[in-house]
Design a protein around this ligand. Structure first.
Ligand SMILES: Cc1ncc(COP(=O)(O)O)c(C=O)c1O
Length: 337
């Protein structure tokens, strides 16, 4: 099988498995796991922040941030197809008592011009106030699209002027940094908190990080515990996370190149319309119904995801080579003929 469903399917590398087997560990709820402490210090340094906290999933990191910045009854302003809206089980309401107010961006890119008209800054006592502005970079369900540093800075400056914090769901922020040729500290400057995943293209088996001020991370520890995320000798996982954070970002360009290759090859088929991928996610449309097409791809050894009536998502990652992408493109082209 050539598995192009997601970069979450990546296997831990041999170096990760070795580091996991040999990691010094302790009880992290007591703050005594040396490997987790090292991972958190390293993440804070890489992102140019005061502190960071290790969490089991990106969803938990996002929900901790949401709780951290909001009060029950407030709204969180986010993009219409953002992960927090589509895939986090309504937890904004369940855990933080907040509603999500969605705004359709431009291929997932939310600019201040989209946000400004939707903002509620408390002037009307009978209208829920905006408690948090939420960006996602890269944007998963818009096809791995990248929001530019200029667009993000404009949102941050204006939201802060209105005294509203801004969180970044940067599950794939290293992909965005790779596409923009910049580093994550520069790219995420000004956000109140940033969540990023070690377990996607960076290949760690488990784990995400939330970075921010020392005070925010101190509060985040209590919220993580409330969610059942206080782990014990989880340095075994952090050992893989350290390799993901330090060694793996350098290889993401290969995934972007493979997504481009897939897009170029599929673009030659008259019945397929691929987007131009910006990172490691490629959307394409077929003339037939997408779930049926995905099932036929599976019969021919290619795994993918149907994401709309005619839309299919392919995600490149370390465990699919350029040759496998070429093969997958041939199979898909033949099936569409
Ligand atoms: C943009 C984005 N945010 C958050 C997450 C959540 O990560 P996890 O699956 O670790 O909860 C994902 C997962 O696919 C994602 O794509």
């Amino acid at each position: 099988m050539i598995d192009l469903r997601s970069d979450t399917v990546t296997q831990p590398t041999d170096a990760m498995r070795h580091a996991m087997a040999n990691a010094p560990v302790g009880d992290d709820v007591y703050g005594e796991d040396p490997t987790i402490n090292e991972l958190e210090e390293t993440a804070a340094k890489v992102f140019g922040r005061e502190a960071a906290i290790f969490v089991p999933t990106g969803s938990m990191g996002n929900q901790i941030a949401l709780k951290l910045h909001t009060q029950p009854g407030q709204e969180v302003l986010c993009e219409a197809r953002s992960h927090v809206m589509d895939w986090e089980m309504g937890m904004a309401a369940m855990f933080s008592g907040c509603a999500l107010r969605t705004v359709a961006g431009d291929r997932g890119v939310l600019r201040w011009e989209h946000i400004a008209p939707m903002l509620s800054t408390g002037g009307l006592y009978y209208k829920p106030a905006t408690g948090l502005v939420w960006l996602e970079n890269t944007h998963n369900m818009a096809g791995g699209t990248v929001t530019s540093p200029t667009d993000m800075a404009e949102v941050i400056t204006n939201a802060h002027a209105a005294r509203i914090p801004v969180h970044l769901d940067g599950a794939r922020i290293f992909n965005a940094a790779t596409a923009l040729g910049t580093d994550v500290a520069t790219l995420t400057k000004g956000f109140d908190t940033v969540n990023f995943c070690l377990s996607k293209g960076l290949c760690a088996p488990v784990g995400s990080m939330l970075v921010g001020t020392r005070d925010a991370v101190r509060k985040a520890r209590s919220i993580r515990k409330a969610l059942g995320g206080g782990m014990r000798q989880a340095g075994i996982l952090a050992a893989a996370g350290l390799i993901a954070l330090t060694d793996m970002p350098a290889r993401l360009q290969q995934d972007h190149d493979n997504a481009s290759l897939l897009g170029q090859l599929l673009g030659k088929s008259p019945n397929i319309k691929p987007d131009i991928p910006q990172t490691n996610i490629l959307f394409f449309t077929v003339q037939t119904d997408a779930p049926t097409f995905v099932a036929r791809m599976k019969e021919h050894g290619i795994l993918s995801s149907a994401i709309g009536i005619h839309s299919i998502r392919l995600v490149t990652h370390r465990d699919v080579s350029a040759d496998q992408c070429e093969h997958a493109a041939n199979v898909i082209s033949n099936l569409s003929a």
